[in-house]
Write a protein that binds this ligand. Structure first.
Ligand SMILES: [Zn+2]
Length: 183
């Protein structure tokens, strides 16, 4: 496995355990060059799931791609790689349970959003904003509104609400009210 830190291809497995469902193996590895530790997951190969995209074309659902989109949304957030991996596994098995060999892209998007919502509100909104490409701004704002009702949210994540707006210039008269009343 290629080390994510230094790119070296040699590592040793320091821990190996089977997942609860017995469908995958989680391996803890250590790079032989820089000692960086990372985790890999080996999954049982299953029937391929196809994604039907908005333009009606089909392509195989790629776990790596899905993981990448989650990772992107989770950038600089306190979310571990393991959590992301597990989320992706959860999303895929959820999609497989729906049945059928094909799944609509919108369905995947919703599954991802549900997962992220439970993990991290910022990652969730990031994903939602990209996924929806602001096609439906009203719906997007509703999502944010809904999250305000979430006790997890609020003052802890002020970065969500940093909207770039030109600041109104301070009016010259505003500071003048402190002058009188000392005779
Ligand atoms: Zn390394």
């Amino acid at each position: 496995m290629r080390c994510v830190r230094c790119g070296n291809h040699e590592d040793k497995v320091i821990d190996s355990r089977s997942n609860k469902d017995g469908m995958s193996i989680r391996r803890r590895r250590q790079c032989l060059k820089c000692d960086h530790r990372f985790t890999t997951y080996e999954a049982l190969e299953q029937r391929e799931l196809y994604v039907i995209k908005r333009d009606k074309t089909r392509e195989p659902l790629e776990r790596a791609k899905l993981l990448q989109s989650l990772s992107k949304a989770a950038e600089k957030r306190p979310i571990s790689r393991e959590t992301l991996e597990e989320s992706v596994d959860g999303i895929i098995s959820e999609l497989e349970e729906i049945g059928g060999a094909e799944v609509e892209a919108s369905r995947i998007g919703l599954a991802v959003m549900r997962k992220l919502k439970a993990i991290d509100p910022v990652a969730y909104v990031r994903y939602a904003s990209v996924y929806r490409s602001f096609q439906d701004v009203g719906e997007f704002l509703n999502e944010i509104q809904n999250m305000n009702d979430d006790p997890m949210h609020g003052t802890h994540h002020p970065e969500l609400f940093k909207v770039k707006e030109p600041k109104p210039k301070p009016s010259a008269g505003a500071a003048k009210t402190l002058s009188s009343s000392s005779t």
